[in-house]
Design a protein around this ligand. Structure first.
Ligand code: C2E
Ligand code: CA
Ligand code: CA
Ligand code: CA
Length: 278
């Protein structure tokens, strides 16, 4: 395998002349992935630190390609965006996530909320709020149980981001700013937007307790959230020490390997209960 700078979705480049061909092949495989049932979701718990209560799950997309194995999203989301496949993929993810929520409910397993990631490209075409409203109607999921995650860069780089976000807010879904602290959200923007949640980026959590700058940034984000009356969740929590730090500084929500890796829906509660009992 040859590492490629550009978008990171090239798996291998057998030869210079083969590269274009390889990419076309990959594109063709990706375009067929939904119809061939190769796309699926993993789910990762979001937890209240002090009680261990499950407050939600985040849906994370995977591609199980017969040729390539399980491909992580960073390898195919940029390609899906490039080839105009992201709207279709994004809609499938949302449908599947909502369906799964209803399926858990039918089994008596209560997952309070589901978080679903949106790509910037999904904001560029047509009304995203209409798509989301359609999926909610078709699956029967209560809009208040859906939280859409958009990164800071989406918000800052999309001309009509505010309008789109207002439309989504109007249909009752929650909004979270993902990877918070890595982009350039102006605080003025934050104040204008109907978002409910900030997700502290994993890169800050990673070095808590060794890097005083990361600690300071984390504390600042928690304080900012408090001041603006937003809920704050930390992502990438891998250790008890990190969870304790967050709790001590007033952040009571976390997601990360310390609680559970993203898992298949059938074993979410197994993985979860096993952890909750330890
Ligand atoms: P993200 O939204 O920031 O998702 C969190 C990523 O961190 C996930 O990687 C998750 O598996 C990983 N993670 C969670 N806890 C830990 C931890 O404790 N330690 C470490 N090292 N990693 C942790 P994943 O599933 O590979 O997803 C990567 C990115 O791909 C996501 O980052 C998101 O930007 C994108 N993505 C995933 N699913 C979708 C989707 O359905 N639509 C769109 N547009 N993007 C998606
Ligand atoms: Ca996310
Ligand atoms: Ca994130
Ligand atoms: Ca991220």
């Amino acid at each position: 395998a040859k590492a490629r700078g550009r978008n990171g979705y090239q798996f291998y480049a057998p030869s210079m002349t083969g590269e274009g061909v390889e990419r076309l092949r990959l594109e063709a495989m990706l375009r067929r992935s939904i119809d061939k049932n190769e796309i699926f979701l993993n789910f990762q718990p979001q937890v209240e630190i002090d009680t261990g209560r499950l407050v939600g799950v985040e849906a994370l997309v995977r591609w199980n390609s017969p040729e390539l194995g399980v491909v992580p999203p960073i390898r195919f989301i940029p390609l899906a965006e490039d080839i105009g496949f992201i709207s279709q993929l994004g809609k499938w993810v949302l449908q599947e996530a909502c369906r799964q929520m209803m399926a858990w409910e039918a089994q008596g397993l209560a997952v309070p909320k589901i978080a679903v990631n949106l790509s910037v490209k999904q904001f560029e075409r047509g009304s995203i709020a209409t798509m989301v409203a359609d999926v909610l109607k078709e699956t029967g999921l209560d809009p208040h149980r859906l939280q859409l995650e958009v990164t800071e860069s989406v918000i800052m780089n999309t001309g009509d981001a505010l309008a789109f976000i207002n439309d989504l807010h109007a249909i009752g879904v929650g909004l979270a700013i993902d990877d918070f602290g890595t982009g350039y959200s102006s605080l003025a923007y934050l104040k204008q937007m109907p978002v409910q949640t900030l997700k502290i980026d994993r890169s800050f959590i990673k070095d808590i307790s060794t890097d005083i700058n990361d600690e300071a940034i984390t504390i600042a984000i928690i304080q900012l959230g408090k001041s603006l009356n937003l809920s704050v969740i930390a992502e990438g929590v891998e250790t008890e020490e990190q969870a304790d730090f967050l709790l001590r500084h007033g952040c009571n929500l976390a997601q990360g390997y310390y609680y559970s890796k993203p898992v298949m829906p059938e074993i979410l509660f197994e993985a979860w209960n096993a952890k909750a009992l330890t």
